[in-house]
Each structure stands twice: as C-alpha cells, then as structure tokens.
Write a protein that binds this ligand. Structure first.
Ligand code: IPM
Ligand code: MN
Length: 345
C-alpha cells in the first residue's frame, strides 16, 4: 500500500476552515490503497502570541521528514509586519529550497472576473522562490535621519536563474500551446535583467518546440488585463512574480480560487502547497471563506506526488462545481462537501 505522509499547517483566521475542506476532498479522492497520514503543526499567529516562537529548528527538522506540506493561511493584525512572513513562511520556502513557486490562473465559469466572457484564460506563472529581494540582503544606514538610506538587494545567481528557467521550459513543453514568456525589467535592472534574458535564450535552444517571448513587467500587467489569453507559461523573478500572480488571480476569478505550490522539483525537501490568499480575519468564523483555492492547491500537491489522475479529478470537480454554483451563496462547508462528493463519484 502507498502512503501520503502530510504535514498540515492550518494557521490562522480562515486557514483552519479552508484546510478542513481541502483534507475532506483529499480523503475523498484518494484510492482505497493509498493511506493518508496527517500531522498537524501548531504554527502561526496564535502560536506566536502564546510563545513568541515562529518556527523552531526542531520543527523544521520534523517537517523535513514529510512527503509534502499543506498550509492554510498565516497571520493576524496583531503580529508586526514581517515577523511571520520572514520567520515562518519564507523560512520554509528557503529552508526547503522551494525554487519553483507555481501559480496557475484559469478563468472558471461563472466567476466574478472583470474579464468574464473573455477568451480562454489558462496560464501558469513560474515564480522564482528562493532569490531576488526576498533573500533579505539589505540594510539601513543613518536610520531615522533625513539622510537615511535603505537598501534591499535583489540576489540573482546563474544557478538559481537557470534552474527555474529550465523548469519553466519543461512545463511549457508539456502544455499544448508550448509558449513561454519571460517577464523582467531588463531596460532598467540591467544586471539581473541580462542574466535572466541570456539564460532564457541559452536554455531555450534546448527546447526548440517552445515559442518564446519577452515582456517588461509593466507591459505584462497591461496584457494580463487586456489580452490574458496570450499567456501560456510565464517565468519571472520572486518579486515580479508576487505582484503578477495577485493580478492574475484578480483577473481570473478572484483570490478565492488562486492556488499555489512552493515546489522543490528535486524532491530533496518536501514541497508546500497553499492558497494564495491570506488569513482574512474579517470573515473568519462566518463560513464565508471559499475553500476552492485550497482544494486546487491539494490538486497541485497530488500532481507533484505523482497522483495525476486524482489531481485531474479535482480540477474537473472544481470546474463543474463552479459552472453550477452560479450566484448561489454557499458556506465553506457546503462547497467542500460538494467538491468531495464530486471527486468521490
Ligand atoms: C505570497 C505572499 C508572500 C510573498 C508574503 C506573505 C511573504 O504575498 O505568497 O504571495 O510575498 O511571497
Ligand atoms: Mn503575494
């Protein structure tokens, strides 16, 4: 028998509510001979308020042993900005070398997209996950004076850029349209921009079937709104990818549907799957949270672990569910039940 050994970080706010539905659907979709073992980790704002701890070295070691991590959402307004981001979320992404931050965007039926009715929106952003300005290589001098200087250094290594670009080419190659767009800003950020562009062109010679394109990030934001159907796979750095994927979520059905995978393709470390949205404390406990983004993140998790058929069943269930959901207000639980029923059927 096969086993999936899953670490679960439900977190704060709506996190536990959406994760419960994600696990419900996961349990329903798995074949009889696959055993699901879940291990809950008490991490996030609640834990920080209680103990002052974000993520201990011992916990990091324990997490390392699982097949994958499912994360709900982290944070509440009482935690100073940056504490949990650096101390927990980014710490996990860096420690487990999640260099592919995979964020698909698809326009589902009956969603509230400003682009509803547009031609097909179905693209995936491969956001670099371990470099750029996120490494925290910066500093402030003359703090608090009129001459304060605050630097945030974007780190881009040949190794880091090449591995994510290569991954993006492979993903583009595997999709019907086989198109890859590099997004950067190489007219201004010339050092990093040229490393990205040169790498993109060089690796591209190994993927002759993939059509390539380059856009400056500002132009890419225009096309994401005016002509999103032009995109198939986008590869970009950590910060541009952060911004583009929120925009992508907004134009393709809203943040309630945006899934993501923090992936270590080498499988040396567990990958982590999470909805792009946050803990939404304003609606926590009301049953209004849409668990779909978490359920779609579970599909990414299954695909990463090699359960392609099960992942596809979840994607199809979400599409069918959204097609019928038209205007009906349903609770978190009702949506989870409906999706679980569909994948089991
Ligand atoms: C995301 C979030 C994080 C990021 C924050 C919370 C550190 O915005 O997952 O997109 O910037 O990557
Ligand atoms: Mn973000």
């Amino acid at each position: 028998d096969r086993t999936i050994d899953l670490a679960v970080i439900s977190g704060d706010g709506i996190g536990p509510e959406v994760v419960a539905q994600g696990l419900k659907v996961l349990t329903a979709v798995l074949p009889q001979d696959v055993k699901l073992e879940t291990h809950a980790y008490d991490l996030g704002a609640k834990r920080w308020h209680a103990t002052g701890e974000t993520l201990t070295d011992a916990e990091l070691e324990q997490l390392r042993a699982h097949d994958a991590i499912l994360l709900g959402a982290i944070g509440d307004p009482g935690v100073p900005s940056g504490v949990l981001e650096r101390g927990l979320l980014l710490k996990l992404r860096f420690a487990f070398d999640h260099f592919v931050n995979l964020r698909p965007s698809k326009l589902y039926p009956n969603t509230t997209s400003p682009l509803a009715g547009e031609p097909e929106i179905d693209f995936v952003v491969v956001r670099e996950g371990t470099e750029g300005p996120y490494v925290g290589n910066g500093g402030t001098i003359r703090k608090g004076t009129p001459h304060e200087v605050a630097n945030e250094v974007s780190v881009n290594t040949a190794y880091g850029v090449e591995r994510v670009v290569r991954d993006a080419y492979a993903r583009a190659q595997a999709r019907p349209r086989k198109k890859l767009t590099l997004v950067h800003k190489n007219n201004v950020l010339v050092h990093a921009g040229h490393l990205w562009k040169d790498t993109f062109d060089r690796v591209g010679r190994e993927f002759p079937e993939v059509t390539t394109d380059y856009l400056h990030v500002d132009a890419a934001t225009i096309f994401l709104v005016t002509d999103p159907a032009r995109f198939d796979v986008i590869v970009t750095d950590n910060l541009f990818g952060d911004i583009l994927t929120d925009l992508a979520a907004a134009v393709s059905g809203g943040i309630g549907l945006a899934a993501s995978g923090n992936i270590n393709p080498t499988r040396e470390f567990p990958s982590m799957f999470e909805p792009v949205h946050g803990s939404a404390p304003d609606i926590a406990g009301t049953g209004k949270a849409d668990p779909t983004a978490t359920v779609l993140s579970v599909a990414l998790l299954l695909r990463h672990l090699g359960y392609e058929a099960e992942a596809a069943r979840i994607d199809e269930a979400v599409t069918a569910d959204l097609a019928e959901r038209a205007g009906t207000a349903r609770t978190t639980d009702e949506i989870g039940d409906a999706l679980a029923a569909r994948v089991a059927g």
